[in-house]
Ligand binder design. Structure first.
Ligand code: FAD
Length: 546
């Protein structure tokens, strides 16, 4: 007769069946406040769909069964295809249905960017790899809208039907667009690019060229087209490179291999070569870097949103675990030190949420000068700060799960491996901070506006007021000394803005806790270090009410 060895006890119930939107108060309030209350119901439906056990299981599959390169057919002919697990296509189908790739351009109503940002914040919690093609497609649209070829690609770009087939765009119901900038010799320094463009005729905007060269990082290689940076007569221009040649044959974009990545595993990132590859010049000739940098305001916001989503899901998982797991006779959530850690994480998550929705609103109000300052100065600063904070925060959430958090069946390892990429691509941390300084220098009127608004908003709080004055003193210095302080400038701009947003829009316990821990000189360099007992109950209940 067999005897059971033990009973399974004190293990946490599976996290599934929750509505991601309706359990997220800061997100719901932000959506209403920043201009998209009309999207509330749709977000509720999507939040429920994402929280389903089946959806969560599919996300795991999409990342466990990584994309595979099919460079050749069985007879040795090049096909340059990528084979994905069906779960990948499922998530892209969901994203397309929500309009994450185009809704802000197809229906540019007030709050359109905020509504899209909120969908992104939900989707990114469950499957983050599919955000990459969605982001690049959305960011490419404002560039391509101005080009004659938009009459052909506009309808499939705006379509909400995801179409994974490898066919010329004219035969497809939906399409995606990628970006190819980074080469072996340089990614931050785009002037190091060597891919050559030769005109087939007179050359110029809308004209056909042939590309010869390579790209070292080329994500979503199965996209129907990429925007690629290449040089002609020592000037950089932006090119539209379709997957299929207008003559009906495959455009030679040779996939050399797929990157074996730390995270972001559901998505494919390739190394490619161009050999007489057909391309059409878009934007002003010789202004390719400027053209592509315009996309950066959108892609950088999406990095902030992606990291905010990962941080939120890490926090939710940590709170869920702490509410069910006991140690030393008490639930983890009842232990004062664990409460400090979780509270600190909740403050970080809410601060990231208010800021990212506020930055999304800045994209909805394109003409207002203060909104321009949010886009041009605060967005790169936030890309640096939020993406970095999420890496540390998700690691802390993993630790709240103890040993189980480190095991692949848990959701934390995937979240943890996913977070650093948002900090690296679309401009790494230092590049973001130097970009903040560049914007302050080149657009002093925006810098003044932002500085004046910060001083005004901080005036009635002693801690914030003194930090704001210190920051403005450093910002007014020039030259290489200031370059060395670029991370400080970006950090303080973000923290002060987050503090003011929380003071205005969050309960007092959240705002006070944030200001005390970030400006009171008692916060630590890791989460949960505090020399006083923080107010925890309201903050934790608000962060995850279940
Ligand atoms: C998974 C993944 C997918 C990607 N997909 C794409 C894609 O689809 N398309 C694409 O074009 N690129 C893509 N990239 C590339 C990415 O954008 C680059 O890796 C990134 O821009 C950094 O460029 P680099 O790798 O050449 O690093 P480098 O430019 O060599 O920079 C290395 C480090 O030095 C720092 N640094 C650089 N200059 C300075 C300076 N002046 N002062 C201080 N610090 C400095 C940077 O911040 C960085 O931390 C992808 C990257 C990854 C990891």
């Amino acid at each position: 007769m067999s005897r059971s060895t033990h009973e399974v006890s004190n293990q946490v119930p599976e996290w599934a069946g929750f509505n991601l939107y309706q359990t997220d108060r800061p997100l719901q309030e932000g959506v209403a406040r920043e201009g998209a209350p009309w999207h509330d119901e749709a977000l509720g439906r999507y939040g429920a769909q994402l929280g389903l056990k089946d959806t969560i299981a599919l996300a795991r599959d999409a990342n466990r069964f990584k994309p595979e390169l099919e460079a050749f057919d069985p007879c040795g002919r090049r096909v340059d295809r990528v084979r994905f697990h069906p779960a990948w296509h499922h998530f892209l189908g969901m994203a397309f249905e929500q309009g994450m790739h185009s809704s802000a351009w197809a229906n540019p109503q007030p709050g359109a960017q905020v509504a899209r940002a909120a969908v992104y914040l939900l989707h990114g919690q469950i499957e983050a790899g599919s955000l990459c093609p969605v982001t690049m497609t959305s960011a490419a649209i404002p560039i391509l809208q101005k080009e004659p070829l938009f009459s052909t690609i506009g309808p499939p770009l705006y379509s909400r039907q995801y179409d994974s087939r490898d066919l010329p765009v004219e035969q497809k119901t939906g399409m995606t667009i990628g970006m190819g900038l980074t080469e072996k010799q340089g990614g931050s320094d785009l002037r190091a690019n060597t891919t050559l463009a030769s005109p087939l005729g007179v050359g110029g905007r809308g004209e056909a060229y042939r590309l010869t060269g390579h790209k070292w990082f080329f994500s979503a290689p199965m996209s129907d087209a990429h925007l690629v940076l290449a040089t002609h007569e020592e000037q950089f221009s932006c090119f539209y490179v379709p997957r299929w040649h207008p003559d009906g044959h495959k455009n030679p974009i040779r996939i050399q291999r797929l990157k074996d990545k730390l995270g972001n595993c559901s998505n494919a990132s390739a190394e490619v070569e161009f050999d007489g590859t057909h391309a059409v010049l878009v934007g002003e000739p010789g202004r390719g870097i400027v053209t592509l940098v315009k996309m950066a305001a959108y892609t950088r916001l999406d990095c902030i949103l992606g990291s905010t989503a990962l941080l939120r899901q890490g926090l939710v998982q940590a709170l869920h675990h702490a509410r069910h797991r006991k140690a030393f006779g008490r639930l983890l959530i009842e232990q004062p030190l664990m409460r400090s850690v979780l509270t600190d994480l909740a403050l970080e998550s809410e601060a990231a949420t208010v800021l990212s929705l506020r930055l999304a609103r800045a994209l909805d109000n394109t003409d207002d000068p203060l909104e321009q300052a949010y886009r041009r100065i605060l967005t790169p600063a936030a890309k640096f700060w939020v993406c970095k904070r999420a890496i540390e925060a998700v690691g802390e959430c993993m630790e709240a799960w103890g040993g189980n958090g480190y095991i692949e069946e848990a959701p934390l390892p995937r979240l943890y491996r996913e977070t650093p990429v948002n900090s690296i691509w679309e401009g790494s941390g230092n590049i973001m901070c130097l970009d903040v300084l560049r914007a302050l220098k080149r657009q002093p009127e925006l810098a003044d506006l932002l500085g004046t608004a910060l001083l005004r908003d901080c005036a009635d709080d002693a801690l914030l007021n003194s930090s704001a004055h210190q920051l403005l003193a450093v910002m007014s210095e020039a030259g290489p000394v200031q370059d060395a302080c670029a991370r400080y400038v970006a950090q303080e701009l973000v923290l002060l803005t987050q503090a003011n947003l929380l003071r205005r829009h969050a309960p007092a316990a959240v705002a006070d806790g944030f200001i005390q821990s970030r400006f009171g000189g008692r916060g630590g360099r890791v989460f949960g270090v505090t020399a006083f007992k923080p107010a925890t109950t309201g903050v934790l209940q608000r962060a995850w009410p279940l």
